[in-house]
Design a protein around this ligand. Sequence first.
Ligand code: ADP
Length: 161
Amino acid sequence: MHTAICPGSFDPITMGHLDIIERAASIFDRLIIAVMRNSEKRCLFTPEERVELVRASTAHVKNVSVVVSDKLLVDLCRETGAQAAVRGLRAMSDFEHEFQMALINRRLYPDMETVFLTARETHQYLSSSVVKEVGALGGGISDFVPPAALEGILVKLKRNG
Ligand code: ADP
């Protein structure tokens, strides 16, 4: 049984995240999506809202479960028996930070591998920040977020705008 964790802020989930989740779920037997509460980023959506949007968006992926976590990723891996963490890699924006985190995590827990899936060409420009910026100014975000999450994201952006 090969288990992987897909950690992130998911503030909110985008089509880029969903693509990585679906591809990772087809590689591993079990995929745990960990919505990280302790991200250094200041999030717009609460952890519970982020979990709900991820759950709704991934309901069709049978071997996926969603948890909220305020633990270190390596501790979550130890506890769940996950052998790998899966991260998406966009050109330009992600490499340096991801490389650093992968090395630190290996130092903390040598039994864990970090697996990188390259972002699809069409998703290279896509981020949660872009979705929030465009959506807050009234731009269309339906191409950028999973259909099941669209309504919840629009409601929150409207309430905050
Ligand atoms: P974090 O705050 O941990 O970086 P994010 O929610 O921003 O959390 O991202 C979670 C993971 O999804 C990261 O590995 C990130 O590189 C990846 N990711 C984000 N946007 C995209 C995208 N458009 N395509 C592919 N992967 C992405």
